[in-house]
Design a protein around this ligand. Structure first.
Ligand code: UDX
Length: 458
């Protein structure tokens, strides 16, 4: 300890900066990756471009430093996606540049900026300050390979027919491709953003992907013929992978207020593998009809459920639904929970999910089988791999308008909780849990890559 009470840090220590796009599905993996980097020795500062985050207090981040920089967003301000992205880039280009310059002039000048790949312009900012840049891709390697092909014009969008990515990969139907490349008119700005991730990669020394080699071997090998891909995932707090990094119990930073006590207490009162956990992540918004079908599908299954319905989604719950389930204690609806704690709870028997990449990896790491209800972006592709490649879940069938009926939902959760297929899937899930643990355990494929990256930087 120094006399002022701060920890003594070797002045020769390498300093790595990491910057994330400020949404939950990106903060979690980049925060966790920062901790893994720091556990190998260097000083790590995670930069979050936001000054309006409301629940940073539970940050378990003693391994790393966290810095908030302005992104120009005012609390309560509502902008279109287009305006928001433009404002974000204009403001953060400046505030990130200023922050890096301060660090360059400090006791611990950084050598590299790991940046969220959707902030493709951050590479130029890093280089202007004499730093290396390393993009971090938050989605699966297969999804990245699809975006790469589209970016290079090797596949024309909108993609209208089935698609075979690489030899030995499964044939992907249009409905199994990322929605941004099949339905290009709905969110053109987001589509440009994800495709644009591949526009500024010339000369990048490392390209980090939140996956593990064993999970996506074919796609990783193929992408390595194009880019210096390093698999570094799954970025899950080490405690859930039977490891013990210092102070690493959870991700540590929630944008929503988790109802931890209520959900854990309720789960404690339930028998092993008797509860369906339901969540659609931090962004997806279900249509009213889908919400209604899901609600009655869960109730009709007569199986206990813990359902995360974000505050902004609650008005879509069918009238009378909460009153109907209350007396039987059949279900609990919360606004947000600590998802990892829930998935690790012995009462949870399966996870009805939108197949966001973090949720997919988390379930895989905790050996929890999935009932897939993909909504948009990368999720349909994740769902395809969940069912047909990794065999850790079942997809709920949808009707012509893309809605899953209450009957289809009920049949799927029943099969998973009580049927023979469910048993087989559960066994498979446990196999993937072991492989995930090995990948990030000492000497595993991802652990070695992180160590190699750090060694090159020191
Ligand atoms: C989105 C995309 O879906 C995802 O595929 C992309 O890679 C990143 O952006 P999101 O839709 O929020 O993210 O889903 P997901 O990737 O699953 O991330 C949600 C995160 O929030 C997970 O880490 C999950 O553990 C956490 N969570 C969710 C909670 O902590 N509590 C909850 O109640 C729900």
């Amino acid at each position: 300890m120094d006399r002022d009470g701060t920890s003594h840090i070797n002045e020769e220590k390498a300093h790595i900066l990491v910057v994330t796009y400020p949404i939950q599905g990106h903060i979690n993996p980049l925060l966790q990756f920062s901790k893994r980097l720091a556990s190998k020795g260097p000083k790590v500062t995670l930069i979050i471009p936001s000054t309006t985050i409301r629940f940073p207090a539970n940050a378990s981040t003693s391994l790393i430093s966290v810095a908030y920089i302005p992104d120009g967003h005012e609390e309560g301000e509502i902008l279109s996606v287009d305006e928001e992205l433009k404002q974000f880039r204009a403001v953060v280009s400046r505030t990130l540049g200023d922050f890096i310059q301060e660090q360059v002039e400090s006791k611990f000048p950084p050598t590299v900026l790991v940046y969220d790949a959707v902030m493709v312009w951050a590479l130029d900012i890093a280089r202007e300050q004499g730093l290396h840049g390393a993009p971090f891709f938050t989605q699966s390697c297969v999804v990245n390979a699809i975006y790469h092909l589209v970016h290079h014009g090797l596949v024309k969008i909108p993609v209208l027919g089935p698609f075979s990515l690489i030899p030995s990969a499964p044939l992907l139907e249009v409905s199994e491709l990322p929605s941004l490349v099949t339905n290009t008119e709905l969110y053109p700005v987001l589509m440009s953003m994800v495709i644009g991730q591949f526009s500024n990669l010339k000369g990048a020394k490392w390209i980090l992907v939140n996956t593990f080699f064993e999970l996506e071997e074919q796609a990783v090998k193929w992408m390595r013929t194009q880019y210096p891909i390093m698999t570094i995932g799954p970025t899950i707090p080490s405690i859930y992978l039977d490891q013990r990094l210092e102070d690493d119990k959870d991700y540590g930073l929630s944008l929503f207020k988790p109802e931890v006590e209520a959900s854990m207490k309720w789960l404690d009162s339930k028998e092993a593998a008797s509860v369906i956990y339901v969540s659609f992540g931090s962004l997806a918004s279900l249509g009213e009809e889908q919400m209604e079908e899901l609600a009655w599908g869960l109730k009709n299954s007569k199986i206990h459920f813990l359902w995360v319905v974000r505050e902004s989604e609650k008005k879509k719950l069918p009238a009378g639904f909460l009153d109907e389930i209350a007396p039987s204690d059949m279900g609990l609806v919360v606004g947000w929970c600590s998802q990892l704690e829930v998935l690790a709870h012995k009462a949870v028997g399966c996870f009805v999910t939108h197949c966001g990449w973090n949720s997919t990896l988390e379930a895989l790491c905790l050996g929890v089988p999935l009932v897939a209800m993909a909504q948009w972006t990368d999720q349909p592709t994740n769902a395809k791999f969940i069912e047909d490649v990794w065999k850790v879940g079942l997809r709920v069938k949808t009707g012509e308008k893309g809605t899953a009926s209450r009957e289809a939902i009920e049949a799927c959760v029943r099969e998973m909780m009580e049927g023979e297929k469910g048993k087989e899937i559960r066994r498979n899930s446990l196999k993937w849990r072991e492989l995930a643990k090995r990948a990030v355990g000492e000497g595993g494929s991802s652990d070695k890559n992180i160590a190699e990256l750090v060694a090159e930087l020191v």
